[in-house]
Ligand binder design. Sequence first.
Ligand code: KIV
Length: 264
Amino acid sequence: MKSVLEFAAAKASGRRISMVTCYDTCLARIMEASAVDSLLVGDSAAMVMHGHPDTLAATVELMAMHTAAVRRGAPTRFLIGDLPFLSFRKGVPAALDAVAALMRAGAQAVKLEGVDGHEDAIAAMVGSGVPVMGHLGLTPQSVHALAGFRVQGKSDEDAARLLSQARRLQQLGCFALVLECVPARLASQVTAELRIPTIGIGAGAGCDGQVLVLQDLLGLSGGFRPKFLRTYLDGFEQLRGAVDRFDRDVKAGTFPGEEESYGS
Ligand code: KIV
């Protein structure tokens, strides 16, 4: 995908959208060679790349650094940068500064969590010509208020609130909406109501697209196996095995061989 227009076209035609997170140049090069539609430099970088227990440690500077790294590896992919914890809650000028940092680093769009209390920031971004993707359901930046990483929108009241927030994000001009860890039925209902595409993670098959954390789908995240995850590679074991073979060769004196050594 090259632009937000293709997100709208995908929704209109019923073509599903694929998205993965990406944080570094090395994997971005592989994504550039893949068929995946779009890349999200998620604030999950704080967890996946830096080992934090949640996403609260992500800063604008950190997200801009990862965004620039991904852009260097994937020059033609549609790239969305995640606005980190509180960066869009300190008033419109500060929110626009955060957006500028991510866009100057190479993002073509930004994502932010929630809507209540930062409608003015979203409106200012959209009004400034910045494509904005919403994010509802399990919003990890609110992990402490939500008392953990839990499925959201289970009660009728919570489902109704989520639906009304989704409508508001669409009204504010968002071009797409991530739905994270919500019951499949609710995600389908939101998807059917909205003109903009929904991108699900733990939200069932009724969304217009799906996103996964790249390291999770590659099986690189150790024991992290939430119900919604499908792994496409046992990356952890495969990489460990490769490094163990290198270790064995070094210790056996069989690496480097002549073919890996310079002659005189
Ligand atoms: O930060 C992230 O990786 C995300 C996705 C899970 C949607 O927000």
